[in-house]
Write a protein that binds this ligand. Structure first.
Ligand SMILES: [Zn+2]
Length: 452
Protein backbone atom coordinates (compact mmCIF):
# COMPACT_ATOMS: atom_id res chain seq x y z
CA UNK A 1 0.00 0.00 0.00
CA UNK A 2 1.48 3.33 -1.03
CA UNK A 3 1.14 6.29 1.26
CA UNK A 4 1.99 9.97 1.36
CA UNK A 5 4.52 9.20 4.10
CA UNK A 6 6.33 6.93 1.64
CA UNK A 7 6.16 9.68 -0.97
CA UNK A 8 7.65 12.25 1.39
CA UNK A 9 10.39 9.83 2.47
CA UNK A 10 11.22 9.02 -1.13
CA UNK A 11 11.49 12.71 -2.02
CA UNK A 12 13.62 13.39 1.03
CA UNK A 13 15.97 10.43 0.41
CA UNK A 14 16.36 11.47 -3.22
CA UNK A 15 17.47 14.91 -2.04
CA UNK A 16 14.40 16.42 -3.73
CA UNK A 17 13.50 18.43 -0.63
CA UNK A 18 17.03 19.75 -0.20
CA UNK A 19 16.03 23.33 -0.96
CA UNK A 20 12.85 23.48 1.05
CA UNK A 21 14.45 24.55 4.33
CA UNK A 22 16.48 27.22 2.51
CA UNK A 23 13.38 28.61 0.86
CA UNK A 24 11.33 28.57 4.04
CA UNK A 25 14.08 30.65 5.65
CA UNK A 26 14.54 32.95 2.66
CA UNK A 27 10.90 34.02 2.65
CA UNK A 28 11.60 35.98 5.87
CA UNK A 29 14.82 37.70 4.75
CA UNK A 30 14.86 41.50 5.17
CA UNK A 31 14.47 43.46 1.95
CA UNK A 32 18.17 44.33 1.50
CA UNK A 33 19.10 40.66 1.85
CA UNK A 34 16.37 39.74 -0.68
CA UNK A 35 17.90 42.21 -3.11
CA UNK A 36 21.39 40.78 -2.57
CA UNK A 37 20.07 37.25 -3.08
CA UNK A 38 18.44 38.19 -6.39
CA UNK A 39 21.60 39.92 -7.61
CA UNK A 40 23.68 36.90 -6.70
CA UNK A 41 21.31 34.50 -8.48
CA UNK A 42 21.09 36.75 -11.53
CA UNK A 43 24.87 37.01 -11.77
CA UNK A 44 25.20 33.22 -11.58
CA UNK A 45 22.61 32.71 -14.31
CA UNK A 46 24.18 35.33 -16.57
CA UNK A 47 27.65 33.84 -16.09
CA UNK A 48 26.31 30.39 -17.05
CA UNK A 49 24.33 31.73 -20.00
CA UNK A 50 27.37 33.59 -21.29
CA UNK A 51 29.66 30.57 -20.95
CA UNK A 52 27.28 27.88 -22.24
CA UNK A 53 24.55 29.40 -24.42
CA UNK A 54 25.71 30.74 -27.82
CA UNK A 55 22.82 33.21 -28.18
CA UNK A 56 23.55 34.77 -24.80
CA UNK A 57 27.30 34.84 -25.27
CA UNK A 58 26.72 37.27 -28.14
CA UNK A 59 23.82 39.19 -26.63
CA UNK A 60 25.32 39.66 -23.16
CA UNK A 61 28.61 40.91 -24.57
CA UNK A 62 26.79 43.34 -26.88
CA UNK A 63 24.78 44.63 -23.91
CA UNK A 64 28.07 44.95 -21.96
CA UNK A 65 26.60 42.86 -19.14
CA UNK A 66 29.61 40.56 -19.48
CA UNK A 67 32.94 42.12 -20.39
CA UNK A 68 35.55 40.38 -22.54
CA UNK A 69 37.44 39.61 -19.33
CA UNK A 70 34.29 37.86 -18.00
CA UNK A 71 33.24 40.50 -15.44
CA UNK A 72 29.47 40.76 -14.83
CA UNK A 73 27.96 44.25 -14.69
CA UNK A 74 24.35 44.06 -13.48
CA UNK A 75 23.84 47.80 -13.96
CA UNK A 76 23.61 47.01 -17.71
CA UNK A 77 20.98 44.29 -17.18
CA UNK A 78 18.21 46.39 -18.71
CA UNK A 79 20.20 46.66 -21.93
CA UNK A 80 19.65 42.95 -22.60
CA UNK A 81 17.11 42.73 -25.44
CA UNK A 82 13.77 41.24 -24.44
CA UNK A 83 13.17 37.63 -25.42
CA UNK A 84 9.86 36.67 -27.00
CA UNK A 85 8.27 33.58 -28.47
CA UNK A 86 9.30 34.45 -32.00
CA UNK A 87 12.97 34.79 -30.98
CA UNK A 88 12.80 31.45 -29.15
CA UNK A 89 11.45 29.80 -32.29
CA UNK A 90 14.05 31.42 -34.54
CA UNK A 91 17.07 30.84 -32.25
CA UNK A 92 15.98 27.57 -30.63
CA UNK A 93 19.30 25.70 -31.04
CA UNK A 94 21.40 28.73 -30.15
CA UNK A 95 19.35 29.23 -26.97
CA UNK A 96 20.02 25.68 -25.74
CA UNK A 97 22.95 25.20 -23.38
CA UNK A 98 25.97 23.33 -24.74
CA UNK A 99 26.03 20.92 -21.80
CA UNK A 100 22.68 19.20 -22.49
CA UNK A 101 24.49 15.85 -22.82
CA UNK A 102 25.29 16.03 -19.11
CA UNK A 103 21.84 17.22 -18.04
CA UNK A 104 18.53 15.49 -17.57
CA UNK A 105 16.17 17.52 -19.66
CA UNK A 106 12.99 17.34 -21.67
CA UNK A 107 10.83 19.41 -23.99
CA UNK A 108 7.84 21.27 -22.66
CA UNK A 109 5.10 22.70 -24.78
CA UNK A 110 2.86 25.62 -24.11
CA UNK A 111 0.06 27.44 -25.83
CA UNK A 112 1.12 30.43 -23.77
CA UNK A 113 -1.53 32.75 -22.43
CA UNK A 114 -1.66 34.51 -25.77
CA UNK A 115 -2.33 31.75 -28.28
CA UNK A 116 1.26 31.50 -29.48
CA UNK A 117 2.47 27.88 -29.28
CA UNK A 118 6.00 27.48 -27.99
CA UNK A 119 8.48 24.69 -27.29
CA UNK A 120 11.10 25.03 -24.57
CA UNK A 121 13.82 22.82 -23.08
CA UNK A 122 13.44 22.26 -19.35
CA UNK A 123 15.74 20.72 -16.80
CA UNK A 124 13.98 17.56 -15.63
CA UNK A 125 14.95 18.21 -12.09
CA UNK A 126 14.75 21.61 -10.48
CA UNK A 127 14.68 21.31 -6.71
CA UNK A 128 14.37 25.06 -6.23
CA UNK A 129 11.23 25.14 -8.34
CA UNK A 130 9.82 22.15 -6.46
CA UNK A 131 10.53 23.89 -3.15
CA UNK A 132 8.66 26.99 -4.35
CA UNK A 133 5.62 24.87 -5.27
CA UNK A 134 5.64 23.29 -1.81
CA UNK A 135 6.08 26.68 -0.11
CA UNK A 136 3.16 28.21 -2.02
CA UNK A 137 1.11 25.14 -1.04
CA UNK A 138 1.99 25.75 2.59
CA UNK A 139 0.85 29.37 2.32
CA UNK A 140 -2.54 28.12 1.18
CA UNK A 141 -2.83 25.66 4.07
CA UNK A 142 -1.68 22.42 2.41
CA UNK A 143 1.43 20.71 3.72
CA UNK A 144 3.41 18.30 1.56
CA UNK A 145 1.30 15.37 0.33
CA UNK A 146 -1.87 16.37 2.19
CA UNK A 147 -5.08 15.50 0.33
CA UNK A 148 -5.78 17.57 -2.74
CA UNK A 149 -8.35 17.64 -5.51
CA UNK A 150 -6.93 19.08 -8.74
CA UNK A 151 -9.52 20.46 -11.15
CA UNK A 152 -6.99 20.70 -13.91
CA UNK A 153 -6.41 19.32 -17.33
CA UNK A 154 -3.70 20.33 -19.73
CA UNK A 155 -3.26 17.53 -22.20
CA UNK A 156 0.31 16.70 -21.29
CA UNK A 157 -0.66 16.64 -17.61
CA UNK A 158 -3.56 14.32 -18.36
CA UNK A 159 -1.24 11.99 -20.23
CA UNK A 160 1.05 11.97 -17.24
CA UNK A 161 -1.64 11.87 -14.59
CA UNK A 162 -4.62 10.38 -16.37
CA UNK A 163 -5.64 6.84 -17.03
CA UNK A 164 -2.59 4.57 -16.78
CA UNK A 165 -2.04 2.36 -13.75
CA UNK A 166 1.30 4.04 -13.12
CA UNK A 167 -0.33 7.46 -13.29
CA UNK A 168 -3.10 6.43 -10.89
CA UNK A 169 -0.51 5.00 -8.51
CA UNK A 170 1.39 8.29 -8.69
CA UNK A 171 -1.79 10.22 -7.97
CA UNK A 172 -2.53 8.12 -4.93
CA UNK A 173 1.06 8.48 -3.79
CA UNK A 174 0.70 12.23 -3.96
CA UNK A 175 -2.65 12.06 -2.22
CA UNK A 176 -4.29 13.74 -5.14
CA UNK A 177 -7.49 13.19 -7.09
CA UNK A 178 -7.47 14.59 -10.60
CA UNK A 179 -10.66 15.93 -12.20
CA UNK A 180 -10.72 16.94 -15.86
CA UNK A 181 -11.37 20.68 -15.93
CA UNK A 182 -11.87 20.96 -19.65
CA UNK A 183 -15.34 19.60 -20.31
CA UNK A 184 -17.60 20.81 -17.53
CA UNK A 185 -20.89 19.18 -18.45
CA UNK A 186 -23.70 19.10 -15.86
CA UNK A 187 -23.15 15.34 -15.33
CA UNK A 188 -19.41 15.79 -14.89
CA UNK A 189 -19.92 18.64 -12.42
CA UNK A 190 -22.38 16.59 -10.35
CA UNK A 191 -19.81 13.80 -10.20
CA UNK A 192 -17.04 16.24 -9.21
CA UNK A 193 -19.10 17.48 -6.27
CA UNK A 194 -19.58 13.84 -5.18
CA UNK A 195 -15.85 13.19 -5.43
CA UNK A 196 -15.01 16.30 -3.38
CA UNK A 197 -17.57 15.35 -0.71
CA UNK A 198 -16.29 11.80 -0.43
CA UNK A 199 -12.58 12.62 -0.58
CA UNK A 200 -12.70 15.68 1.72
CA UNK A 201 -9.52 17.31 0.34
CA UNK A 202 -7.43 19.67 2.40
CA UNK A 203 -7.19 21.89 -0.64
CA UNK A 204 -8.54 22.26 -4.16
CA UNK A 205 -6.23 23.38 -6.96
CA UNK A 206 -8.07 24.67 -10.02
CA UNK A 207 -8.17 26.96 -12.99
CA UNK A 208 -9.99 30.09 -11.83
CA UNK A 209 -12.49 29.77 -14.69
CA UNK A 210 -13.24 26.10 -13.94
CA UNK A 211 -13.75 26.36 -10.19
CA UNK A 212 -15.89 29.46 -10.77
CA UNK A 213 -18.02 27.46 -13.21
CA UNK A 214 -18.33 24.64 -10.68
CA UNK A 215 -19.23 27.08 -7.87
CA UNK A 216 -22.00 28.66 -9.96
CA UNK A 217 -23.34 25.21 -10.79
CA UNK A 218 -23.36 24.15 -7.11
CA UNK A 219 -25.20 27.31 -6.16
CA UNK A 220 -27.70 27.05 -9.00
CA UNK A 221 -28.45 23.39 -8.24
CA UNK A 222 -28.56 23.96 -4.49
CA UNK A 223 -25.96 21.21 -3.87
CA UNK A 224 -23.96 20.70 -0.70
CA UNK A 225 -20.19 20.78 -1.08
CA UNK A 226 -17.39 19.97 1.35
CA UNK A 227 -15.40 22.98 2.54
CA UNK A 228 -11.59 22.62 2.15
CA UNK A 229 -9.03 24.68 4.08
CA UNK A 230 -8.14 26.62 0.95
CA UNK A 231 -8.61 26.85 -2.80
CA UNK A 232 -5.68 27.71 -5.03
CA UNK A 233 -6.47 29.19 -8.42
CA UNK A 234 -3.96 29.43 -11.21
CA UNK A 235 -3.46 29.72 -14.96
CA UNK A 236 -6.13 32.31 -15.81
CA UNK A 237 -7.12 35.67 -14.37
CA UNK A 238 -9.17 35.51 -11.18
CA UNK A 239 -11.76 38.26 -11.24
CA UNK A 240 -13.06 39.79 -8.02
CA UNK A 241 -16.64 38.65 -8.55
CA UNK A 242 -15.50 35.10 -9.33
CA UNK A 243 -13.40 35.02 -6.16
CA UNK A 244 -16.40 36.12 -4.09
CA UNK A 245 -18.61 33.40 -5.60
CA UNK A 246 -16.00 30.65 -5.09
CA UNK A 247 -15.35 31.71 -1.48
CA UNK A 248 -19.08 31.91 -0.72
CA UNK A 249 -19.90 28.50 -2.17
CA UNK A 250 -16.91 26.58 -0.78
CA UNK A 251 -16.75 28.59 2.45
CA UNK A 252 -12.97 28.74 2.06
CA UNK A 253 -10.41 31.42 1.15
CA UNK A 254 -9.04 31.60 -2.40
CA UNK A 255 -5.26 31.87 -2.93
CA UNK A 256 -4.34 33.08 -6.37
CA UNK A 257 -1.10 31.78 -7.85
CA UNK A 258 0.62 33.08 -10.96
CA UNK A 259 2.66 30.80 -13.14
CA UNK A 260 3.02 29.44 -16.62
CA UNK A 261 4.10 26.28 -18.34
CA UNK A 262 7.23 28.01 -19.64
CA UNK A 263 8.40 29.47 -16.34
CA UNK A 264 6.83 27.37 -13.59
CA UNK A 265 5.22 29.04 -10.57
CA UNK A 266 6.18 32.68 -10.27
CA UNK A 267 4.13 34.28 -7.50
CA UNK A 268 1.38 33.52 -5.03
CA UNK A 269 -0.83 35.12 -2.43
CA UNK A 270 -0.01 34.45 1.20
CA UNK A 271 -2.78 34.25 3.79
CA UNK A 272 -3.04 38.06 3.96
CA UNK A 273 -4.28 38.21 0.34
CA UNK A 274 -2.76 41.65 -0.29
CA UNK A 275 -1.05 40.68 -3.53
CA UNK A 276 1.11 37.95 -5.02
CA UNK A 277 4.66 37.52 -3.68
CA UNK A 278 7.26 36.83 -6.39
CA UNK A 279 9.34 33.69 -5.69
CA UNK A 280 12.69 35.42 -5.26
CA UNK A 281 14.86 32.26 -5.33
CA UNK A 282 13.57 31.21 -8.75
CA UNK A 283 12.20 34.27 -10.59
CA UNK A 284 13.24 37.83 -11.32
CA UNK A 285 10.25 39.86 -12.46
CA UNK A 286 10.16 43.27 -14.15
CA UNK A 287 7.11 45.31 -15.11
CA UNK A 288 7.77 47.57 -18.06
CA UNK A 289 5.97 50.47 -19.70
CA UNK A 290 5.43 50.52 -23.44
CA UNK A 291 8.66 52.57 -23.81
CA UNK A 292 10.62 49.82 -22.03
CA UNK A 293 11.18 51.77 -18.81
CA UNK A 294 10.21 50.38 -15.40
CA UNK A 295 6.60 50.91 -14.40
CA UNK A 296 5.90 52.63 -11.08
CA UNK A 297 4.03 50.77 -8.34
CA UNK A 298 0.34 50.61 -9.19
CA UNK A 299 0.99 51.22 -12.89
CA UNK A 300 -0.06 48.45 -15.28
CA UNK A 301 2.74 47.28 -17.56
CA UNK A 302 4.11 44.27 -19.36
CA UNK A 303 5.46 41.44 -17.21
CA UNK A 304 8.98 40.35 -18.14
CA UNK A 305 10.47 37.33 -16.39
CA UNK A 306 13.95 35.94 -15.90
CA UNK A 307 13.94 32.33 -14.68
CA UNK A 308 16.87 32.02 -12.30
CA UNK A 309 17.08 28.26 -11.99
CA UNK A 310 16.28 27.15 -15.55
CA UNK A 311 19.64 26.69 -17.18
CA UNK A 312 19.03 24.11 -19.95
CA UNK A 313 17.42 26.90 -21.98
CA UNK A 314 17.72 30.13 -20.03
CA UNK A 315 14.81 32.54 -20.33
CA UNK A 316 16.23 35.98 -19.63
CA UNK A 317 13.93 39.02 -19.81
CA UNK A 318 11.20 36.85 -21.33
CA UNK A 319 8.01 38.59 -22.50
CA UNK A 320 5.52 36.16 -21.09
CA UNK A 321 2.56 38.00 -22.60
CA UNK A 322 0.83 39.11 -19.39
CA UNK A 323 0.15 42.51 -17.92
CA UNK A 324 0.47 43.35 -14.25
CA UNK A 325 1.23 45.98 -11.65
CA UNK A 326 3.38 46.14 -8.51
CA UNK A 327 1.58 46.68 -5.23
CA UNK A 328 1.89 50.16 -3.78
CA UNK A 329 2.37 48.89 -0.21
CA UNK A 330 4.24 45.94 1.20
CA UNK A 331 2.30 42.97 2.54
CA UNK A 332 1.25 42.88 6.19
CA UNK A 333 2.65 39.35 6.55
CA UNK A 334 6.16 40.79 6.83
CA UNK A 335 7.66 38.93 3.86
CA UNK A 336 9.71 41.22 1.66
CA UNK A 337 9.49 39.18 -1.53
CA UNK A 338 8.25 41.70 -4.17
CA UNK A 339 4.49 41.98 -4.29
CA UNK A 340 2.39 42.02 -7.47
CA UNK A 341 -0.88 43.82 -6.92
CA UNK A 342 -2.44 42.05 -9.84
CA UNK A 343 -1.85 40.10 -12.99
CA UNK A 344 -4.30 40.93 -15.73
CA UNK A 345 -5.01 40.11 -19.28
CA UNK A 346 -5.16 36.33 -19.06
CA UNK A 347 -8.57 36.32 -20.56
CA UNK A 348 -10.09 33.49 -22.46
CA UNK A 349 -13.76 32.87 -23.10
CA UNK A 350 -15.25 29.55 -22.09
CA UNK A 351 -17.28 27.81 -24.83
CA UNK A 352 -20.88 26.79 -24.31
CA UNK A 353 -21.93 23.18 -24.95
CA UNK A 354 -25.25 22.47 -26.63
CA UNK A 355 -26.27 20.08 -23.83
CA UNK A 356 -25.47 22.64 -21.12
CA UNK A 357 -22.18 23.27 -19.31
CA UNK A 358 -19.00 24.74 -20.73
CA UNK A 359 -15.56 23.95 -22.03
CA UNK A 360 -12.80 25.85 -20.25
CA UNK A 361 -11.17 28.28 -22.72
CA UNK A 362 -7.69 27.18 -21.65
CA UNK A 363 -8.36 23.81 -23.26
CA UNK A 364 -8.05 25.32 -26.73
CA UNK A 365 -4.34 25.94 -26.37
CA UNK A 366 -3.58 22.24 -25.89
CA UNK A 367 -4.32 20.91 -29.41
CA UNK A 368 -1.64 23.32 -30.67
CA UNK A 369 1.14 22.02 -28.39
CA UNK A 370 4.15 21.20 -30.54
CA UNK A 371 2.82 22.90 -33.68
CA UNK A 372 5.84 25.10 -34.20
CA UNK A 373 4.63 26.26 -37.64
CA UNK A 374 1.78 28.16 -36.01
CA UNK A 375 2.78 31.64 -34.91
CA UNK A 376 -0.60 32.57 -33.44
CA UNK A 377 -4.07 31.17 -33.30
CA UNK A 378 -7.53 32.19 -32.21
CA UNK A 379 -10.55 29.94 -31.79
CA UNK A 380 -13.93 31.62 -32.25
CA UNK A 381 -17.23 30.02 -31.28
CA UNK A 382 -19.64 31.62 -33.73
CA UNK A 383 -22.60 29.46 -32.70
CA UNK A 384 -23.24 26.15 -30.95
CA UNK A 385 -22.74 24.50 -34.36
CA UNK A 386 -19.80 26.47 -35.77
CA UNK A 387 -16.25 27.07 -34.55
CA UNK A 388 -13.68 29.00 -36.61
CA UNK A 389 -9.98 28.41 -36.05
CA UNK A 390 -7.85 31.34 -37.24
CA UNK A 391 -4.19 30.54 -37.80
CA UNK A 392 -1.26 32.85 -38.50
CA UNK A 393 1.45 30.53 -39.86
CA UNK A 394 5.18 31.21 -39.60
CA UNK A 395 6.93 32.19 -42.79
CA UNK A 396 8.24 28.73 -43.56
CA UNK A 397 5.34 26.34 -43.68
CA UNK A 398 5.95 22.64 -43.03
CA UNK A 399 5.26 20.06 -45.78
CA UNK A 400 1.58 20.10 -46.67
CA UNK A 401 1.07 16.55 -45.38
CA UNK A 402 2.32 17.45 -41.93
CA UNK A 403 0.21 20.60 -41.75
CA UNK A 404 -2.87 18.64 -42.78
CA UNK A 405 -2.14 15.91 -40.24
CA UNK A 406 -1.70 18.54 -37.51
CA UNK A 407 -5.00 20.21 -38.42
CA UNK A 408 -6.82 16.86 -38.43
CA UNK A 409 -5.50 16.26 -34.91
CA UNK A 410 -6.69 19.74 -33.82
CA UNK A 411 -10.14 18.88 -35.19
CA UNK A 412 -10.25 15.53 -33.42
CA UNK A 413 -9.20 16.93 -30.07
CA UNK A 414 -11.70 19.78 -30.30
CA UNK A 415 -14.53 17.48 -31.33
CA UNK A 416 -13.76 15.21 -28.39
CA UNK A 417 -14.91 17.96 -26.04
CA UNK A 418 -17.27 20.03 -28.24
CA UNK A 419 -19.15 17.10 -29.76
CA UNK A 420 -19.20 15.55 -33.22
CA UNK A 421 -22.02 17.73 -34.55
CA UNK A 422 -19.93 20.90 -34.41
CA UNK A 423 -18.48 22.18 -37.67
CA UNK A 424 -14.86 23.30 -37.34
CA UNK A 425 -13.35 25.45 -40.09
CA UNK A 426 -9.73 26.58 -40.40
CA UNK A 427 -8.72 29.90 -41.87
CA UNK A 428 -5.15 30.98 -42.57
CA UNK A 429 -4.84 34.71 -41.91
CA UNK A 430 -2.07 37.34 -42.01
CA UNK A 431 -2.71 38.62 -38.52
CA UNK A 432 -5.10 38.48 -35.58
CA UNK A 433 -6.35 41.67 -33.99
CA UNK A 434 -5.47 42.25 -30.37
CA UNK A 435 -8.15 43.16 -27.85
CA UNK A 436 -8.61 46.77 -26.62
CA UNK A 437 -6.35 45.92 -23.63
CA UNK A 438 -3.54 45.08 -26.03
CA UNK A 439 -3.82 41.39 -25.28
CA UNK A 440 -4.26 38.67 -27.84
CA UNK A 441 -7.32 36.64 -26.93
CA UNK A 442 -6.97 33.07 -28.05
CA UNK A 443 -10.63 32.20 -27.54
CA UNK A 444 -13.72 34.25 -28.27
CA UNK A 445 -17.23 32.92 -27.77
CA UNK A 446 -20.25 34.69 -29.25
CA UNK A 447 -22.61 32.22 -27.56
CA UNK A 448 -24.17 32.58 -24.11
CA UNK A 449 -23.92 29.46 -21.96
CA UNK A 450 -26.95 27.16 -22.10
CA UNK A 451 -28.48 27.03 -18.60
CA UNK A 452 -28.79 23.46 -17.43
ZN1 LIG B 1 2.19 38.40 2.34
Amino acid sequence: MVSPVFYKTRLALGGRLSRLDDIRREQWLPSDAVEDLQKDLLARLLRFAHDHVPYYRRVLEQAEVVSSSGRIDLTCFERIPLLDKRLIREHFDELSSDDLAERRWGYSFSGGSTGEPIRIIHDSRDDWMRAVIILFDEWSGRRLAEKQVALWGAQSDLQEHGGSVRARWRQRLRNQVWLDAFAMTPDAMREYVDVINRYEPKRILAYAGSIHELAKFIEREGLHVYSPVGIMTSADTLHRAARATIERVFRAPVYDRYGSRETGPMASECDYHEGLHVAVPTQHVEILRADGRRASPGEIGEIVVTCLTMWAMPLIRYRIGDLGAWAEKSCSCGRSWPLLREVTGRVCDNFALSGGGTVFGGFFTTPFFGMDWVERFQVVQESLQLVRVLIVPVRELPPQERAEADLRRVDLEMRAVLGDDVEIVHEFVQDINVSPTGKLRYTISKVSPVES
